[in-house]
Design a protein around this ligand. Structure first.
Ligand code: MOS
Length: 744
């Protein structure tokens, strides 16, 4: 099914690789103004979880040489009050207005900003600001009986959060085998290498914002709203981003604070969040407790499914961890109940993090499937095959393209599934060895995007769209798509992204950028091609009907070859065309279609557990994915390696501890929040089926990245069970979960 192409699907190295490896690529905080004109900002954050600010004592801070200004709610009207919820032109990380009132909702809330000539003075002065509070009773404990519990009806994608179909009680009666268990996942933080940072530079009533953001257009609209200026007067630049994983997806208060401060003092302001700031300023994945019931008849056919999620949100951030959304669609089951119960706590706000909902949700669902297979005496892969569906269980539609059964087959073969033994039975020297697997899936999302295609006199093509490469390879993928359409090499294409002045595109979230720009690139190339063809005809040429080729500095069509410079009058330096697509898929209000768009995969893990020390290692993971057509085999594979690495982190390491009594995060640093390093990651075997999905967009790509994190933690947890016979229903799984009961 592979489509032959000179550039699509090829493992082309990143076109921005040299800039990055030589330190030439400039990230938001790398920008400095001439003569160091920018002031440095450091945030003052609330140390209480609930209450009022009654005043600040600035005497010590103000006496420091280099101190410039302190800003807070007392300055009044710095930032326009945002409507609640946001007005629809932007997505805000939090729904409160910074520096608006004296009220405190959580520990770490931004309550003031110190501006100073140097970062060192700003840091010292921020520490020296004394804040007086009138504290009120805070609800910080997960089980606080007084916490308000909400049952939100929709996730931010429009997905239903409270779903009931058929009759679960009747399904339980039909069943011969039932498993029921509660699975928990911890608070997790994104921890991108590059912390969030904003440099705001005003020129009269126009502001340029250098921002570490996954969405320059969203950022522009939010800053425009908050600063009460026209969106045309805001330019957001984000040519390079050092990872985001969700925490730079929506715009957070610090960006508005930097813009407001720069305007207040009429001087550029650079605000770089510290690693500790990052833990409370731009979201996290909230802790979840998920009660899952799976019931099946003796053949392993599911007769009832119940997935009840309990989690929390902050008073001012509406993120819900949508754990049950996958359960609604994945397996054939007529009787189902999915709910999300969300407590409102005085804790920092959550936000999407690396497959929000899908990752913790499939830990629970796919662990429960493993337990059910055990209970039935059935092979875990067979149980999944038995409940496979060709119909999206949410809406009764057919999938646009689904090859999950092939993923199971390939994955099982590649990991050597046949080697698997009964729990605790496989020994190799001092190690217990086990294999586990899980189904993986992720929605196909697509958002509107516009593109500008330009041909210059040298015959170089340029493509511009306000999207961003958060490290995933988009620069390269865009060059490949344009090269494909004009029969040329990616080296003949210059890619312009990371600038909100370009034609608008979506934020880099939901693994959707490639699929979104695909249609826009296709349309832009068509528009440019038509323009050039008309120009050739005007010049008296007769180009053929086949697509125009632009290569070697010339426009080519069959035997015809005309230098690019010749199709332009002498005073014209480029020919420009615009194209795009307004279509939305996968979100509410999208294109009316009778298809459902989803990517699927199967993840297999081998683990080894040291019998004396309980140390868990993952010598091998195999992931086989059906993600539509792969545009770049190298960057796509890197995405999958990253996602599977997140899976190891989620399964075995990552956890943010909270002090329940005070609502404070206890380990807000990379020294105490563990993520996988090279030594933790061994053999990864990644395969993509590479079957184009032309119902989704003209390049057939469904987008990828997050999918490889979905199911990964369950595959490891199931392998831990298979190796040890010990079922751990919480993440991360640590040696102390195993030591006491390890088979000797
Ligand atoms: Mo992602 S968590 O969709 O930025």
């Amino acid at each position: 099914m592979n489509v032959e192409s000179k550039v699509i699907g090829k493992p082309i190295s990143r076109v921005d690789g040299r800039l990055k490896t030589t330190g030439t690529a400039r990230y938001a905080a790398d920008n400095r103004l001439a003569e160091d004109r920018q002031l440095h900002g450091v945030l003052v954050k609330s140390s209480i979880a609930s209450g009022r600010i009654t005043g600040f004592d600035l005497s010590a801070a103000q006496s420091m040489p280099g101190f410039v200004r302190f800003l807070s709610h007392l300055d009044g009207g710095l930032i326009r009050r945002i409507k609640n919820p946001a007005d629809g032109t932007f997505a805000a990380g939090e729904e409160y207005t910074p520096f608006d009132r004296d009220q405190v909702h959580f520990v770490g809330q931004h309550i003031g900003l110190v501006l100073a000539q140097t970062l060192e003075v700003a840091e010292a002065a921020a520490k020296a600001v004394v804040v007086n509070y009138e504290a009120s009773t805070a609800k910080t404990e997960f089980d606080d009986p007084d916490a308000e519990v909400r049952q939100p009806s929709l996730y931010n994608t429009g997905e239903e959060l409270q779903v009931s179909r058929g009759d679960v009680e009747a399904g339980l009666v039909q069943a011969t085998h039932v498993v029921n268990a509660t699975y928990t996942t911890p608070i997790e933080h994104h921890n991108p290498i590059e912390p969030s940072a904003t440099l705001a530079v005003w020129n009269e009533d126009q502001v340029t914002v250098y921002d570490a953001t996954q969405g320059s257009v969203n950022d522009k609209n939010y800053v425009a709203f908050g600063m009460s200026v026209d969106p045309e007067n805001v330019r957001v630049l984000n040519p390079f981003i050092g990872g985001g994983f969700g925490c730079k997806g929506f715009t957070w208060p610090h960006t508005l604070i930097a813009a407001a401060a720069a305007r207040a003092v009429n001087q550029p302001v650079l605000l770089v969040l510290s690693r500790k700031d990052m833990y409370t300023s731009c979201g996290h994945r909230p802790h979840t407790e998920q009660e899952v019931t799976l019931a099946a008849n003796a053949d392993g056919v599911l007769t009832a499914t119940r997935h009840l999620t309990h989690s929390y949100r902050s008073p001012v951030g509406d993120h819900v961890e949508p754990c049950g959304v996958t359960t609604v669609m994945l397996y054939q089951c007529d009787n189902l109940e999915v709910s999300h119960n969300i407590r409102v706590l005085n804790r920092p706000s959550g936000t999407p993090l690396r497959s929000p909902g899908e990752a913790p949700g499939t830990f629970a669902l796919e662990s429960a499937m493993d337990e059910l297979a055990e209970n039935l005496g059935m092979d875990p892969v067979d149980l999944r095959r038995r409940n496979h569906t060709e119909i999206d269980q949410r809406n009764g539609r057919k999938w646009s393209s689904k090859h999950l059964l092939e993923c199971y087959d390939r994955g099982a073969e590649k990991i050597g599934w046949g080697r698997r033994k009964a729990p605790g039975q496989w020994r190799d020297g001092n190690d217990l060895v086990g294999l586990g697997m899980a189904t993986s899936c992720y929605p196909g999302y697509r958002m509107p995007a516009q593109t500008r295609l330009t041909l210059d006199r040298d015959g170089t093509l340029h493509v511009g769209v306000a999207v961003q490469d958060i490290g995933t390879g988009l620069y390269t993928v865009l060059a490949q798509m344009v090269a494909e359409r004009f029969g040329t090499s990616p080296e003949n294409v210059r890619v312009l992204i990371g600038d909100s002045d370009l034609p608008p595109g979506p934020l880099a979230g939901g693994s959707m950028t490639t699929a979104s720009v695909a249609a826009a690139v296709d349309d832009g190339c068509r528009a440019l091609s038509e323009k050039l063809r008309a120009r050739l005809v005007d010049m008296g040429h007769t180009p053929g009907n086949e697509p125009l080729v632009i290569d070697g500095g010339a426009l080519q069509s069959g035997p015809l070859s005309v230098p690019a410079a010749e199709v332009m009058p002498t005073d014209v330096h480029e020919i420009v065309a615009e194209g795009g697509s307004d279509d939305t898929y996968g979100f509410t209000g999208g294109v009316e279609t009778d298809k459902s768009f989803y990517s699927f995969g199967a993840i297999f893990a081998e683990v080894r557990i040291d019998r004396d020390f309980g140390i868990i290692r993952v010598p091998k993971m195999t992931g086989v994915f059906d993600v539509g057509r792969v545009i770049n085999a190298k960057t796509a594979r890197s995405q999958m390696l990253g996602g599977m690495t997140f899976g190891i982190g989620m399964a075995l390491m990552e956890e943010t501890f909270i002090d329940d009594k005070t609502g404070r995060f206890v380990n807000p640093s990379l020294g105490e929040y563990y993520v996988p390093v090279n030594a933790d990651v061994n053999e990864f075997d990644v395969e993509m089926l590479d079957i184009p999905d032309y119902d989704f967009n003209p390049f057939g790509a469904r987008g990828l990245g997050e999918i490889s994190n979905v199911g990964a933690s369950a595959a490891i947890a199931n392998a831990v069970y298979n190796a040890s016979g010990i079922r751990v229903r919480h993440l991360p799984i640590r040696l102390d979960d195993l030591l006491k009961d390890l088979p000797r």
